[in-house]
Structures are given as C-alpha cells and as structure tokens.
Design a protein around this ligand. Structure first.
Ligand SMILES: [Zn+2]
Length: 314
C-alpha cells in the first residue's frame, strides 16, 4: 500500500509517493502559480495525481496534504495563506472527488513534524517540536505520539511569538515576532544593514551560477571567516534560542527538530542558540531535550504522505 504526499508551497507544489515504511518511490513538482486561482490549481493537482495513478494504480490508497497557511483540518479548508494569497479555499474535498482517494489536509509545518516523528525518530520520541526555518518560521507539535491541533487547528504558530517588544516589522503585520528576526528575509535584511558592498559580497561568496544575496551566500561567508556574516548568524542563534526557550519551558519536548533552508547554517547559529538555552534558570527540560537538524528537504511531503496513510488505514 502506498500513499501520496503533497506539499503546497508559495512557489512550488511537491508530490511524493511513499510506502508504509516511509521510503519515497517517486518525486514530482510543479509551479503552484497561485495567482491563476484555486480552481485552476486544484485541476492541475488532480491531473498530477492522475499521472501517479497511471504508474501505481490501486496500490495508492490515500492522499495527505501539507499547505502553507492556516488550515482547518476537519473541513479540509485552507482558511488563510499569506504566501498563496488565498482565503477559505476547499482543497481536500474537491481533490477527493476528482481522484476517489481519501484526502486529509494539515498545515505544512505540522506535516514536517509528523515526518520528523515517523522518519527521523522512528516513533522513538513521543513529544516533538519541529521548527521549519525558511522564509518564514512554522512549527508543529507531536505530543504523546499524536499530532496536536489545539482548539482551532492553529497550534504551533511559533513564528509569531513576540520576542522583542515593539521590535522589527513582521510579514504578519505585527512587530517583534520570532520570524522577523530568524526568517530568511529578516536574516538577509539584518545582513544588509552590516555589509556595505553587497555586489562585492555576492561576487565573493555566492554559489557559482546563482549570483544572489541569500542565506547560502551568508553561510559561505561565515565559513570563510567573514566577521559580519558570523555576527549575523550569532544574532540569529540568540533570537532563535530565546523563542525556543519559551517553547521548551511550556512543552518540555523530548526532541526539537530544526528543518528548512536556514537550518543548513547550523554551524554558525547553533552555538549562540545553545548558550541562550543553557542560561535558563529551570534547568531540567533544557538538559534533557535533544536538538536535531533534519536535512530532508522533503520532510513535509513525506510526513503528509505517511499521515494520510495513517488516517486512511485506521
Ligand atoms: Zn508575525
């Protein structure tokens, strides 16, 4: 038996087919193109699922979706997604009708948390906090081996914890959010304040063929000993540690899993993050928690596939 996992992101939509052990058999992707409307997107998604069914036929038994935004998992509705510019879009129901497969939908960070629980930790830890560190910051919670939704399905909006009173502007419209310090857009904005000659910096540290000011460029600079790049990453670690400390105090997880593009700069932000965790006064939760970094760029879609299978086969 196989499950389809779908990760709906602002730029790309990824599809994966996995078996029950979590082994991915195939990956597909297409441009989300949310500006063409939700109706167009669902048809496109239905066609992509049909292609997979041509290859795998009746072995496919379920679809699990992770979507970037505020999701109502009961009704399969994407209530609001700033990245996609959509409000109140029904996705799970229409896709079920199109494909005839049972379909569940959750927030994308929740599905990354499920992926961490199933694939990275093999269900050996029951209390997990996953933080997705990308342009924005999402989080998902597994508590006592179950995905935790909260009262309205909105649990885990860690990116909008206020960590600095009246601090930097966040994409959500508020100020001082964790994301406004540790989302990649915020890290780059801070780097621009400190690095005077951006063009020369890019020439020196960008990946060949991708001459852009991005977090990879900033990581390369830190590795080459660039003092300002190291300072930006250390600041990022301090803010991340501050947000994480609050979450650990409340949740007392066995394990924190960091994933997403920014987590690749671990070497440069983890020391400052750990220092922030070590200086807390209530010691036990901080000395017991394990911090893991996942390099699986498809943790969200793999997690969604396994979550969909889990629900369909119950
Ligand atoms: Zn915010």
């Amino acid at each position: 038996m196989l499950g389809i996992g779908i990760d709906i992101g602002g730029t790309n939509t990824k599809l994966v087919v996995v078996n029950r052990a979590g082994k991915p058999l195939t990956h597909e992707r297409f441009k989300t193109e949310s500006s063409k409307g939700a109706g167009y997107f669902i048809k496109r998604l239905g066609a992509a699922v049909e292609e997979l069914r041509r290859d795998y036929g009746r072995q496919l038994v379920s679809i699990g979706i992770g979507a970037a935004g505020d999701v109502d998992p009961e009704r399969g509705v994407l209530r609001f997604s700033p990245n996609l510019g959509w409000r109140n879009v029904k996705i799970a129901g229409p896709l079920e009708k199109l494909t005839g497969l049972p379909c569940s939908m959750e927030n994308d960070a929740n599905m990354a948390a499920w992926g961490a629980y199933e694939i990275e930790l093999r269900r050996k830890s029951g209390n997990i906090l996953a933080l997705t560190l990308g342009t924005g910051i999402g989080s998902g919670l597994i508590l006592d081996g179950k995905l935790y939704h909260g009262a309205t399905g909105s649990a885990g909006e860690a990116g909008h914890l206020k960590i600095v009173p009246d601090g930097r502007q966040c994409h959500c419209g508020g100020r001082g959010c964790l994301e406004a310090y540790c989302g990649s857009y915020a890290i780059l904005a801070r780097a621009r304040e400190l690095i005077r000659n951006e063009a020369a910096f890019i020439r020196k540290f960008a990946q060949p063929g991708r001459e852009k000011f991005n977090t990879i460029c900033l990581t390369n600079a830190a590795a080459a000993g660039h003092a300002m790049a190291r300072r930006v990453w250390a600041e990022t670690g301090t803010f991340l540690g501050r947000g994480l400390a609050g979450l650990i105090l409340v949740l007392n997880p066995d394990c924190v899993v960091l994933t997403g593009g920014v987590s690749r700069a671990r070497r440069w932000f983890l020391p400052a993050m750990r220092r922030e965790l070590e200086c807390q006064q209530i010691k036990t939760p901080f000395t017991k928690v394990r911090i893991r970094i996942s390099d699986d760029a498809d943790l969200g879609s793999h997690g969604a596939a396994l979550f969909g299978l889990e629900k369909a086969l119950k």
